[in-house]
Design a protein around this ligand. Structure first.
Ligand code: 5CA
Length: 439
């Protein structure tokens, strides 16, 4: 993509309304613009990152055995009246009346709608287990939307729902998600810690939050220092096998957010306890028959008896993760994208547009990188080199290639690693080969 054609409205000034670094950088890097309080438009650079994160979430869900569906954003109030949550949800729910006077709502979550789907089409124990996910926009009329997409009113969530015949099977579904979540966040370059949590308005008796450490996190967290060293399950993890040992390894170590932590009764000695602030990027719940009971989601068991379906639900804040990655990975010059979520892998800069040789060399390298399938943003604008370098640092692409007349005289371009700041000189051919081959 040529920068001269790309819609990338970067800002030099720090927007006054942004309190946290991710919000400031997302505005400055031209990733998002506020549409109204807690509601954002995603511009090209931001959308690419959002889609990359979505794709990692999807890949790990599919790998764990979940199947993708898509439910609507607008739901009928009837189902929520049936489950008993229509009143409970209170002012956070955006209620809408259609032209026929029917009560509708913009979904803050989907337990009711999915239970309705399952109760209509799943009738026999043979049809279980099922685990269905979707990635869809939600709306919660948060009292205090803040920190940009971190706590929005409209936000993108991956939510899935498991349906099992009995509690043991439901626990296995829960464990699958527990493991899938560890892998999902790691694939984005994040270290997320699972903590026992309150289940809040979703309900249920077993729940874990996954928190990423960041100074600006909304909750204070405490965890055993050994958690840092625990291994994340690899690609060979067997989702049909016994996952309990993996889950036990994590849950046996103390970890709690401030809502749950009680310093006086903490089982961990002070010297073994780490603390910090955390951003909640995921939350998983097992709630048994909380929805299947009032909504009558039953299957016929092997003996012909009716059995209430055991359910769990599992959420990941997809749009929040864009901000969380930035909180975890930036410096004073801007964002530092991990390769797996970066909007482009390489930022190529032509430092002297008015120099015919330089422009020819940069154009040539751009064409060849593209032909080799490298996702590259090419700064071909007529601007001074300093401005180009700062913009590239701000938008945080993992690799920068600077093509300038001085280097070209010696047959070299400069390749910089955004994360380490390390610079190496390579011939244009070697630079091409480096990105065309190494993933
Ligand atoms: N139904 C359950 C799980 S599917 C549920 O809604 N869980 S939740 O309320 O914990 O939300 C899931 C995730 O969405 C949270 O962990 C958080 O990462 C994200 N999230 C929640 N509220 C917001 C918000 N206002 N802005 C951005 N992300 C949010």
């Amino acid at each position: 993509m040529r920068l001269s054609r790309y819609f990338l409205p970067t800002l030099k000034e720090t927007p006054a309304e942004a309190e946290v670094v991710s919000h400031r950088l997302m505005l400055r890097a031209g990733m998002i613009r506020q549409a109204s309080s807690g509601i954002y438009s995603w511009l090209p650079l931001g959308l690419k990152v959002l889609q990359n994160i979505e794709e990692i979430v999807r890949r790990e869900q599919l790998r764990s055995g979940a199947q993708e569906i898509l439910m609507p954003t607008i739901q009928s109030a009837d189902l929520w009246i049936e489950s008993g949550r229509y009143e409970d949800y209170g002012a956070e729910m955006l209620r809408i009346t259609d032209r026929r006077g029917r009560e509708m709502l913009y979904g803050p979550t989907n337990e009711e709608l999915i239970t309705d789907i399952i109760r209509s089409d799943i009738k026999s124990y043979r049809d279980l287990p099922k685990n269905l996910f979707h990635i869809q926009w939600k709306f919660r009329d948060e009292i205090r939307p803040r920190f940009g997409v971190m706590r929005g009113r409209e936000f993108l969530m991956k939510d899935n729902y498991s349906f099992d015949l009995d509690e043991a099977a439901a626990r296995h579904s829960y464990n699958r998600m527990f493991v899938a979540y560890l892998r999902t966040f790691q694939a984005m370059g994040l270290r997320a810690f699972p903590m026992r949590a309150d289940s809040g308005p979703i309900g249920g008796d077993m729940s874990h939050e996954f928190l990423v450490l960041a100074e600006t996190g909304e909750s204070k967290v405490f965890f055993h220092k050994d958690m840092d060293a625990l291994a994340i399950p690899g690609d060979d993890v067997d989702y049909d096998g016994d996952l309990q040992p993996i889950v036990d390894q994590w849950t046996s170590l103390y970890a709690a957010s401030d809502e749950q932590h009680d310093a006086a009764n903490c089982p961990v000695a002070a010297e073994d306890l780490n603390s910090g602030r955390g951003i909640e990027v995921g939350h998983i719940f097992f709630f048994g028959t909380k929805y299947s009971k009032p909504m009558g989601a039953v299957v016929q068991g092997p003996g012909g008896d009716e059995i209430l379906v055991q359910m769990g639900s599992y959420g990941i804040g997809v749009s929040r993760l864009v901000a969380a990655v930035i909180e975890a990975s930036h410096d004073e010059n801007g964002i530092i994208w991990p390769e797996s979520v970066a909007p482009f892998r390489v930022g190529l800069m032509n430092l002297r547009i008015d120099d015919a040789g330089c422009t020819a060399a940069a154009d040539d390298l751009y064409g060849k990188l593209q032909a080799a399938g490298v996702d590259v943003l090419y700064d071909d604008r007529d601007e001074r080199a300093g401005a180009k370098f700062s913009r590239m640092d701000l938008i945080g692409l993992p690799w920068q290639i600077a093509v300038g007349p001085r280097g070209l005289k010696d047959g070299i371009v400069e390749v910089k690693n955004r994360a380490t700041g390390e610079r190496i000189d390579l011939s244009p051919e070697d630079a091409l080969a480096r990105f065309a081959t190494a993933k």
